[in-house]
Design a protein around this ligand. Structure first.
Ligand SMILES: Cc1ncc(COP(=O)(O)O)c(C=O)c1O
Length: 430
């Protein structure tokens, strides 16, 4: 991987015609260090957030020695890159061959489940369970999450009681995990979830647990989603742990994805055409900007010109179209850029280290991308020097979260947002 001082050097030297991922090494290290120094237990990196080899090895070298894996290819990747790393198979629904392969070929002993059927699969596809760590995924409220994950996985508290008793008998070690939803904007979410865990454990005095895993959900920072400092999440979790009826030997885990890697990559895109307030750029919803297109994320942006055109013009809001022929390849933003932005300009889009490149498809032939290392800090940060943050955190108008296609009337999307029971839409509506 070639290294540059910053995106501007790359642009001036190469004027790239494909989107370029900039890997901000120091940002990855800062995030890893925050978790290893502050989380009161073991940090597992959720590989799904970004499986790029430089991310996986970078985190390992920065002290993250354990990985939350969800598939055999993720297991193979981690084993190949970091043979000494610990792995836990945290997907609550796995195929039988995947369980067998994880257990017999890769020596994995830690498995998540959220139903009696999955528990039976895990026990019968391994050597009977006696050397297993079985981790129940509990359903918890995702009220403060911008990307709620509730619904698909998680046992209800009523079902959890029977499942924990059964897993205590079946395995060697027992754990409880949950996920408060991605990009959780209030530490209170962990307090509520840990209170729920506490209530369940209280009703099971003869079923001690060995692991409490608070999952992912730790937030990153975006122009319209500025969470409280991570220290407040740490405090809520520590207080929650302190109230749990658990044995002295109980281990605490977390499984961050987004918060560990979001700041570590930005993407440089080129403006191919401007039509009024719409910029046609060379990356989009089928590339690294899925969350901008489908989830309405407003990533921080800055204009970079290949030649110095003097002081920038005042900012104005823009929308983006990606390079494919599909009209859902559209990112409503708004993204605030100098009002004279034009064809041939470049834009650095920040906070794309999590769920960015990993979502890239080759649809319509737009698959080319390259990665370079940069010394420059990320556009915004939760960890390093926040002095630049204000520059790129243009607070945007309170728009509905759901993507607004160009043919939709604003009232349509407003009505859509009002139907959303939780998450960003609810916050905006409220
Ligand atoms: C089991 C599990 N753990 C951790 C994560 C990471 O979540 P986040 O990126 O919100 O930290 C996910 C994300 O889907 C997950 O499914």
């Amino acid at each position: 991987m070639d290294d540059y001082n910053g995106p501007i050097d790359l642009i001036r030297q190469h004027r790239p015609d494909i989107p370029i991922t900039c890997f901000h090494r120091a940002a990855l290290d800062n995030a890893a260090r925050w978790f290893t120094e502050n989380f009161p237990g073991k940090t597992l990196y959720a590989v799904k957030a970004n499986p790029a080899p430089y991310i996986v090895t970078g985190l390992f070298h920065s002290g993250i020695r354990n990985f939350d894996v969800a598939s055999i290819p993720e297991i193979q990747l981690v084993r190949e890159l970091c043979p000494e790393a610990g792995m836990s198979f945290m997907h609550p629904v796995k195929s039988r061959p995947a369980i067998e392969q994880a257990y017999f070929d890769y020596g994995i002993r830690e498995f998540a489940f959220d139903s009696a059927e999955e528990l039976e699969k895990i026990v019968s596809c391994t050597s009977g369970g006696k050397d297993l760590t079985l981790i129940l995924r509990l359903a918890v409220p995702n009220t403060y999450s911008e990307l709620p994950l509730a619904g698909k996985f998680g046992a209800s508290p009523e079902k959890a009681i029977g499942l924990l008793k059964a897993a205590r008998k079946a395995g060697q070690r027992l754990g409880v995990s949950f996920h408060v939803g991605s990009q959780t904007m209030k530490p209170q979410a962990y307090t509520t979830a840990l209170q729920l865990v506490g209530g369940i454990l209280q009703s099971l005095p003869r079923t001690p647990v060995d692991i409490i895993d608070v999952g992912g959900g730790f937030p990153s920072i975006y122009p319209d989603m500025i969470p409280p400092p991570l220290a407040e999440y740490k405090l809520a979790i520590e207080r929650g742990f302190a109230c749990l009826p658990q044995p002295q030997s109980c281990e605490f885990w977390c499984e961050p994805g987004r918060a560990l890697v979001a700041e570590s990559c930005s993407v440089i895109v080129k403006v191919e055409l401007r039509k009024g307030d719409v910029l046609y750029i060379n990356d989009g919803t089928y590339g690294s900007l899925f969350d901008a297109g489908q989830m309405g994320f407003r990533f921080p942006v800055r204009l970079i010109r290949s030649a110095d055109d003097g002081p920038g013009a005042p900012l104005k809001p823009f929308r983006f179209y990606g390079p494919t022929c599909d009209s859902i390849d559209y990112m409503t933003g708004p993204f605030f850029l100098p009002k004279d932005v034009k064809e041939g300009d470049y834009i650095e889009i920040g906070q794309l280290g999590a769920y960015g490149n990993t979502m890239r498809t080759g649809f319509n032939g737009f698959s080319s991308t390259e990665t370079v290392g940069v010394l420059a800090p990320p556009l915004v940060t939760m960890y390093g020097d926040p002095s630049n943050n204000a520059l790129h955190l243009k607070k945007t108008p309170q728009l509905p979260n759901k993507r607004t296609l160009p043919h939709e009337k604003p009232e349509d999307s407003k009505a859509q947002a009002e139907k959303q029971p939780q998450g960003r839409a609810a916050e905006h509506a409220g």
